[in-house]
Design a binder for this molecule. Structure first.
Ligand code: CP
Length: 312
């Protein structure tokens, strides 16, 4: 595999192998000096045409822990502001010697298009409404460790709540969770669901409260405020009343249930309770696990047969 563009690129065996590789990366990350020479001499470039807190810094940290060289491309101070095309930008940076581009773009399909213009590996760090595969991998890893499910997610009941229609995280997570055997329900008002869910391995619900006691994982999505301007939501307050995680709703979850969110969170909208006070919250574990998952992805794509378990 040369690129990671979509969870579609991975079958269940690939998912399990990447999650096992992540175990090794977690062990490396726990060392006093969390660094191995596995990708020494490789150059990893982050190209973010959309804002990011977690994904950009997580990939940067991951590449450094594997001793790769890193380059951060800043769109606002680049020649993109003078009208340089995406293709010219890629070809120009690639000419400096790049092994992998980590790409975030507001247009679905941009990472796929970039594969035509460079021999470097392309890792999709989020494209439009389409995919965010490393988010799905870190979410799988968080569930796998949080619920001790090394062998898969058979029988797990996961609800993904919120703006399913516009969410690349929902699309990626649904595919990954279902591939590992989970039973997934998407929960949203009808206006925030895609027009068709044909081919989605999910059930649909508009009633979060009826699901809560049976869930193993409650996965909240960020409500994108611009959806109110599009008249897809009557008000954030109403959304919060029906779908927000309040203390009362959290109290109805099973004691073992995990509460997850990809970030950034809207406190007081989808997250009404204080996540720091929720015993099931693994939201910061998701962030920690994201570094190790991205180390695994970089090693998977760029490693040259090194046995990581023998790395010093
Ligand atoms: N979850 C996620 O993609 O967060 P960022 O937008 O901060 O990278």
């Amino acid at each position: 595999m040369r690129h990671l563009l979509s969870i579609d690129d991975l079958d269940a065996d690939d998912l399990h192998r990447l999650l096992e590789l992540t175990d090794h990366m977690m062990e490396i990350s726990s060392r006093p000096i969390p660094k191995v020479p596995a990708l020494r001499g490789k150059n990893v470039v982050s190209l973010f045409f959309e804002d990011s807190t977690r994904t950009r810094t997580s990939f940067d940290t991951a590449a450094k822990r594997l001793s790769a060289d890193t380059m951060n491309f800043s769109v606002s101070s680049s020649s993109v502001s003078k009208g340089e095309s995406l293709r010219d930008t890629i070809e120009t940076i690639a000419a400096m010697g790049v092994d992998a581009f980590v790409v975030r773009h507001r247009s679905s399909g941009a990472p796929q298009m970039i594969t035509r213009w460079t021999n470097a590996s392309i890792i999709n760090a989020g494209d439009g409404w389409h995919q965010h595969p490393t988010q799905a991998l870190l979410d799988c890893y968080t569930i796998r460790t949080g619920l001790n499910r090394r062998d898969g997610f058979d029988g797990l009941r996961i609800a993904i709540v919120g703006d399913i229609k516009h969410s690349r995280v929902a699309r990626s997570d649904v595919q990954a969770f279902a591939a590992l055997g989970a039973h997934v329900t998407v929960v949203a008002p009808p206006t925030l669901l895609p027009p068709s869910l044909d081919g989605w391995p999910v059930e649909v619900s508009h009633d979060l409260d009826s699901l809560l006691p049976d869930l193993d994982v409650l996965y909240l999505l960020r409500v994108q405020r611009e959806r109110m301007e599009e008249a897809l939501l009557p008000s954030l307050h109403e959304y919060s009343l029906l779908y927000g995680l309040t203390d009362a709703r959290a109290a109805r979850l099973a004691p073992h249930a995990l509460v997850m969110h990809p970030g950034p969170m809207n406190r007081g909208v989808e997250m009404v309770a204080d996540p720091g006070e929720l015993s099931g919250s693994v939201i910061l574990n998701q962030v920690t696990n994201g570094v190790a998952v991205r180390m695994a992805v970089l090693f998977w794509l760029l490693g040259s047969g090194t046995d990581l378990t023998e790395a010093p």
